[in-house]
Write a protein that binds this ligand. Structure first.
Ligand code: PAF
Length: 281
């Protein structure tokens, strides 16, 4: 695997590589990331990964400083996954001057995760557009665990007419159902044992909606209360339309997804479950 910290070197290395599939990451890679690399491998000729912990998408109370940085270990995992090229820029390479031009996503950036992480999706969209311009891939893979991020980036790519297929990779889970995440490292042993509750509750809501439950507000409220009774501090549990993450319009028929973010100890965990059947009201 080639490793390039410099933009010009990367550009040279990517010439004549056929269909490039790109997987941007912030490092601290786990099996969920490797599944994205495998998806990328199946979709093109050259797999390019990036590792960059993007300060722009962290708020002042977020975990930028303590975000786990495990570069050597990450390189070993990417090489083992047959990734062809790793772009690993320093902050001064990607932001040689203060970034003054941003991608400002529409209203959804202030809802769900955006309500609790102001500026987050603006920071994500900005760095991803910049990475897209540097790597110039034909396709890019993002995990469905960050469902709102995937939607924001898919819509940005379409509206900006970028010639890039945005592909959603399935969430990888531990045996007990917990979605793999770098932030799981913040959980104590007792919290780790409690953590799968989030996914169990989301699955239960999905099953109830598939079976015809229509009072989404009650399902959301009850789920948040149940989590909080078990020591969580819940930001939101929300049933939304898959395509745009808007509140279901009541007409029925649209595919739905139930999403949640909740804090357990010092970890803020997010997860979601797509609802594949049912009326959506
Ligand atoms: O999902 C992530 O790891 C990050 O938000 C991304 C897409 C690499 C942008 O920094």
């Amino acid at each position: 695997m080639q490793i390039h910290p410099s933009i010009p070197d990367l550009r040279l290395a990517l010439q004549g590589r056929g269909r490039i599939v790109f997987v941007p990451t912030m490092g601290n890679l786990h099996a969920g990331h490797i599944a994205l690399m495998n998806e990328a491998r199946a979709r093109g000729d050259t797999v390019v990964a990036s590792i960059f912990v993007n300060r722009l998408q962290f708020g002042p109370n977020d975990d930028f400083e303590r975000y786990p940085r495990t570069f050597q270990d990450d390189c070993d995992k990417l090489a083992a996954a047959a990734v062809d090229v790793l772009f690993a820029p320093s902050e001064s390479e990607l932001y040689p001057e203060p970034q003054q031009y941003y991608v400002d996503p529409p209203g959804i950036q202030h809802q769900l995760d955006g309500e609790f992480r102001p500026g987050h999706f603006r920071g994500v969209a900005t760095v991803v557009l910049k990475l897209f311009n540097i790597v110039q891939p034909q396709a890019a893979v993002f995990g469905k665990k960050d469902y709102q991020q995937l939607m924001v980036l898919r819509n940005m790519t379409r509206q900006m007419a970028l010639p890039i297929d945005v592909i959603g990779g399935e969430t990888v889970r531990a045996d007990d159902g917990l979605a793999l995440s770098s932030r799981n490292a913040y959980l104590s042993a007792a919290e780790r044992a409690e953590a799968p509750r989030l996914q169990r509750i989301l699955r239960r809501i999905a099953t109830e909606i598939s079976a015809g439950a229509a009072d989404f507000a009650r399902l959301e409220r009850d789920a948040a209360a149940e989590l909080d009774r078990h020591g969580w501090k819940t930001d939101y549990v929300a049933v939304r339309q898959q395509a745009d993450l808007q509140v279901p319009d009541g007409a029925g028929g649209q595919p739905l997804v139930v999403l949640a973010a909740s804090r357990l100890g010092s970890a803020r965990l997010i997860d979601n479950v797509e609802i594949t059947t049912g009326s959506g009201r």
